[in-house]
Design a protein around this ligand. Structure first.
Ligand code: F6R
Length: 357
């Protein structure tokens, strides 16, 4: 029930700190260590390469997950759009593990791949919010998101839950290999949950920014590098699906390879700059688009912020910034849709679970 909330989407955005805390609890054993069913852990540890299969927002979470599996656990990982993988399968490694990420567990495009993978005899794991869903029943293993029912068509809390659960899986994979990830993930997830809370409290400010940047816009761009690039894709998807503003997320470095031609006087550009190593480069991109008239909103993080940044998220572990930087983007999209009189929870042409191929 949405209670006093005008929309499920806003309620679900608000639930994110609680969801993150629930996940931290759900994956902790009695000694306070991260833990997972032994069989599931063995499936992950038995793989020489992980193939993530997902669609839409879940695909974007998968892109972040790849960074976790590779950078924290040293497991080579590929992320594939389900509908492409069906007929365009890459060469597989000797011991692949297929990880299906799906909020609903019902996405037909992903199921089609699961059926094929099972025929080939490869192990599979579904990361889903819905116990007993098709992808959960049909895969060898299931890892739950614990996000609670997500009703709004636009996915919000499932995305942050997916990112957090993937971080946990990667950290457990690292541990099994005797690899140190170099930070206390439980503690850092707790810090991230608090940071998410801080951003949610700043709703009014996000509404103001949404109005300021998007009121009269036909289009909008989201740019980032590294982890921020993955979040920029999610920010653009969120905006387009509920506000119908044409939005594109892309890697900052790609600007000069085409997209910059679209920048005109007043074009809104949301630039994510939470990653210290590439922050100067993305700021360089902001100058480039600024010189062509773009209106930029920089989203950075405490500690690496600069004067003029419109949104500064609280400091969190650099690997966990996607959990926090996505919140202002969700809110800005929500208010853009609201101001345009769109049906926020049920955007046109979209269904919550896409059960046709
Ligand atoms: C975006 C959105 C869709 C879904 C996609 C996958 O807000 O809702 O892009 O993410 O249809 O759905 P699941 O995760 O249920 O497989």
């Amino acid at each position: 029930e949405k209670g006093t909330y005008p929309h499920y989407m806003l309620k679900e955005i608000d639930e994110q700190p609680a969801v993150l805390r629930k996940i931290i609890q759900a994956y902790q054993d009695e000694n306070g260590n991260l833990s997972l069913e032994q069989e599931t852990l063995e499936a992950i540890n038995g793989a020489d390469r992980i193939y993530v299969i997902a669609a839409g927002t879940s695909y974007h979470a998968g892109l972040v997950g790849k960074e976790y599996f590779e950078k924290l656990a040293g497991v080579p990982t590929e992320v594939h759009i389900s509908s492409e993988f069906g007929y365009n399968m890459p060469l597989l490694s000797e011991k692949p593990l297929f990880v299906f990420i799906s909020q609903s567990g019902e996405t037909a495009d992903s199921r089609q791949v699961l059926v094929k993978v099972k025929e080939l005899g490869h192990p599979s794991l579904t990361v889903t919010n819905v116990p007993g869903s098709t992808l959960s029943r049909e895969a060898d293993h299931t890892v739950l998101l614990h996000a609670g029912p997500e009703i709004a068509v636009a996915s919000t809390k499932a995305y942050t839950a997916q990112v957090a659960v993937l971080a946990i899986l990667a950290s457990l994979a690292a541990e099994a290999k005797g690899k140190e990830i170099g930070f206390d993930l439980i503690q850092e997830l707790g810090i991230a949950a608090n940071a998410v809370q801080t951003m949610i409290v700043r709703k009014e400010e996000m509404e103001g920014l949404s109005f300021d940047f998007l009121e009269l816009s036909r289009n909008a761009f989201f740019i980032g590098r590294g982890l921020d690039y993955h979040v920029s894709l999610e920010g653009a998807l969120k905006l387009k699906e509920i506000s119908y503003i044409q939005a594109e997320g892309f890697a900052g470095g790609e600007l000069k390879h085409g997209t910059i031609a679209l920048i005109e006087e007043g074009t809104p550009v949301f630039a994510l700059a939470t990653q210290e190593a590439v922050s100067p480069n993305i700021r360089g991109n902001v100058k480039e688009v600024g010189a062509r008239g773009a209106k930029s909103c920089i989203i950075s993080m405490e500690g690496i912020e600069e004067e003029g940044d419109r949104i500064v998220i609280p400091a969190v572990h650099p690997m966990l910034t996607p959990l926090v930087s996505v919140i202002p983007l969700q809110l800005i999209s929500y208010y853009a849709a609201l101001h345009r009189g769109c049906d926020v929870d049920k955007p046109r042409n979209l269904a919550k679970s896409v059960t046709v191929e």
